[in-house]
Design a binder for this molecule. Structure first.
Ligand code: AHR
Length: 650
């Protein structure tokens, strides 16, 4: 009763009662509190969710070297033209290897075929071959034939049922010796589709062998063996400062033999054997060390190179000491490949590949999540790598891995690493809590921090639980709120958190293609989209400046980080409201008069909303003008909202 009266009275008196002052966010723009790390923000990558094969690496043929499955030509089928009386036998043939690196070829025996009744093989691609209008594809393959069969071979991109041919071309003159053939396939003004396959057929009987069958669409800047342009552009748009590669678990492999052996990822594709990767499928290694470096360069990002440190995921490890030396040497060689002059042994290979200029390298990471090594050998393994790297490359900063969630318990102790790599996969609530001062407590004299993997979960952390497979491959807005809150914490502390990156970065959203959720950017054979978290990171990364300003919030759940561009004198005020009600905040900005209008970039809405391959732009930032800006103005942060306010100092 009393409560009801109180409510009514307040409503009736509402107009005359002075409004409670909005909670305050105090910003000191007079003196910067620190420098923004020049390496905010960045990207982390590995082969997971068909990130490269079936993703960024533009190759369209799945199992191009016939090595994916030892027993059958996976992703390949026999085809015969309409009404053909053709019989085809397909078999993996170890007796006719292309070379020592690719020990298996595909034997195609066509017993009957004739003009108009062709027979041969089809590849399904990575969940379809993307057909686009007015596009030139470069097909290539190695072939040889049994005596009497000289071709010609027709290469074509066809509809799945073979009834429509979108593009085709021919090669002839097959011999009994392996030779590489190339043909350009051009589409006309066709409607885009991914319900297509790639076929190689003959129209007369004979036996032939195929190896390393490849089909490339146009790549980013037409680079040979290059990248899918739409996907790479999404990454470039984030303006990343670094690329952490090659993993992640992908660096380590399940067994030592399955590690990322960088030397086997170089040179002509026919010299790359590929390898079994930890995320349940083989990697072609078409995207090898050289391509990682080019990828970083295409984004004007710096490589953060992770070197294999002698531990693999199923528990095998190399004891520190003489047995570890070859692995240490391998890491030194790898650094030379990246940074050495063209006159050096490994630098010369890079130069021969097309890049005489050394790449800039500041950080090298030793291993990945080596706290999983229960033998306790990481401390000594790290020390051995660290000593060798520092001796040869004194200017390099060496990063050690460190335990999940309780980094203080699982640190390298025998030496002090320059940087430690913390990983956080947390629920939104856990990130909101941590975003209220986790890094304020860190010792500024201690090692710098690299948060080399992080990502917020709408649900408890079960990224590889089969039950989560039915869920969206990318996170919703609620998760993006957790991500943005965490970014305010890292940005405010970027004097010590020198780098950080979300993981995983990429996911092919076609059912069956992914191993993890959630992920930042989704795609299928034809389309690509950014999750709300992608947009949040892009907003933060592209509105940064170089100075950290001190900002503190009282009596509000709104999280804040403020930076400034010292040249343009623009303030970037990042506000994150995790609540379900709009949150007015009074911005008390001391240290300079403000321009009266500002821009607000806002990502807000229903927290359960998300983007998808069919609805790619449901949650995207909106830009608006803010007027009446002055010291102490009140700005209302929308419910479930992430805002970047760009304020000008006069
Ligand atoms: O990002 C997915 C995986 O999570 C990484 O491969 C690994 O480092 C971490 O455990």
């Amino acid at each position: 009763m009393k409560r009801a009266c109180l409510l009514v009275c307040v409503v009736l008196l509402g107009a005359s009662v002075p409004r409670a002052a909005a909670p305050t966010i105090t910003i000191d723009a007079s003196t910067p509190a620190g420098k923004v790390s020049p390496l905010l923000y960045g990207l982390m990558t590995e082969e997971i969710n068909h990130a490269y094969d079936g993703g960024l690496y533009a190759e369209l043929i799945q199992n191009r070297a016939f090595l994916d499955d030892a027993a059958s030509p996976a992703h390949w089928t026999a085809v015969q033209g309409d009404g053909a009386a053709a019989a085809i036998a397909l078999a993996l043939d170890k007796a006719e290897p292309l070379n020592g690196t690719i020990p298996t070829s595909l034997r195609v025996e066509v017993t009957q075929a004739s003009t108009g009744h062709a027979a041969g093989v089809a590849n399904e691609g990575y969940w379809g071959i993307p057909v686009k209008p007015d596009t030139r594809y470069r097909a290539s393959f190695y072939a040889k034939s049994a005596p009497g069969a000289t071709g010609p071979i027709t290469a074509a991109i066809q509809s799945e049922d073979g009834k429509t041919t979108y593009a085709s071309g021919r090669v002839s003159g097959l011999t009994q010796t392996w030779k590489q053939y190339e043909v350009t396939l051009s589409t006309a003004n066709v409607a885009p589709t991914a319900k297509a396959r790639f076929v190689l057929t003959v129209d007369r009987p004979g036996t032939l062998w195929l190896s390393l069958v490849s089909l490339f669409p146009p790549t980013y800047k037409n680079q040979a063996n290059g990248f899918r342009p739409d996907l790479l552009q999404m990454l470039i748009d984030m303006r990343p400062k670094f690329l952490r590669f090659p993993g992640g678990n992908y660096l380590e492999g399940d067994q030592i033999a399955d590690r990322f052996e960088w030397k086997k990822t170089l040179g002509p594709l026919a010299e790359r054997p590929g390898h079994m990767a930890p995320w349940t499928y083989r990697s072609s290694d078409g995207l090898g060390l050289y391509e990682f470096l080019l990828w970083a360069e295409n984004m004007t990002a710096e490589p953060i190179l992770a070197v294999y440190a002698g531990y693999s995921l199923k528990g095998a490890y190399v004891k520190p000491g003489p047995g570890l030396e070859p692995y240490v040497q391998d890491a030194l060689d790898e650094i030379e490949y990246v940074t050495g002059p063209p006159t050096s042994k490994w630098g010369s290979l890079r130069a021969r590949a097309g890049h005489p200029a050394p790449f800039k390298l500041t950080y090298v990471e030793v291993g990945n999540e080596d706290f999983f090594d229960r033998s306790g050998s990481y401390d000594q393994r790290f020390a051995q790598f660290n000593e060798a790297i520092k001796a040869r490359y004194p200017n390099l900063q060496v990063i050690s891995t460190v335990g999940f969630e309780h980094p203080e318990n699982q640190r390298v102790r025998s030496v002090t690493p320059d940087v430690v790599d913390e990983h956080y996969y947390r629920t939104v609530d856990a990130f909101l809590k941590a975003s209220r001062g986790q890094y304020d407590k860190y010792d500024r004299k201690g090692p710098k921090i690299f948060v080399g993997e992080w990502g917020a979960y709408e649900t408890p952390f079960e990224p590889w639980n089969p039950r989560s497979r039915g869920e969206a491959p990318t996170p919703n807005l609620r998760a993006a709120i957790g991500d943005a809150a965490w970014m305010t914490e890292m940005e405010r502390n970027s004097d010590i958190v020198v780098m950080h990156c979300y993981a995983p970065l990429l996911v092919n959203v076609t059912p069956g293609a992914r191993q993890w959720r959630p992920n930042l950017i989704g795609y299928d054979a034809l389309r690509v989209y950014g999750s709300p978290s992608y947009h949040a990171i892009k907003l933060f990364a592209t509105h940064l400046g170089d100075e950290i300003l001190k900002a503190s919030a009282t009596d509000t759940d709104v999280l804040v980080s403020v930076t400034r561009d010292s040249r343009s004198r623009t303030l970037y005020v990042k506000l994150v409201n995790p609540g379900s009600a709009a949150a007015p905040v009074q911005l008390d900005i001391a240290g300079g008069a403000l321009r009266p209008t500002a821009t607000a970039l806002t990502l807000a809405g229903d927290p359960q909303d998300t983007n998808s391959i069919d609805a790619p732009e449901r949650v995207v930032p909106k830009s608006s003008q803010v007027t009446g800006v002055k010291a102490g103005f009140v700005y209302t942060v929308p419910a479930n909202g992430i805002v970047v306010l760009q304020l000008g100092l006069q």
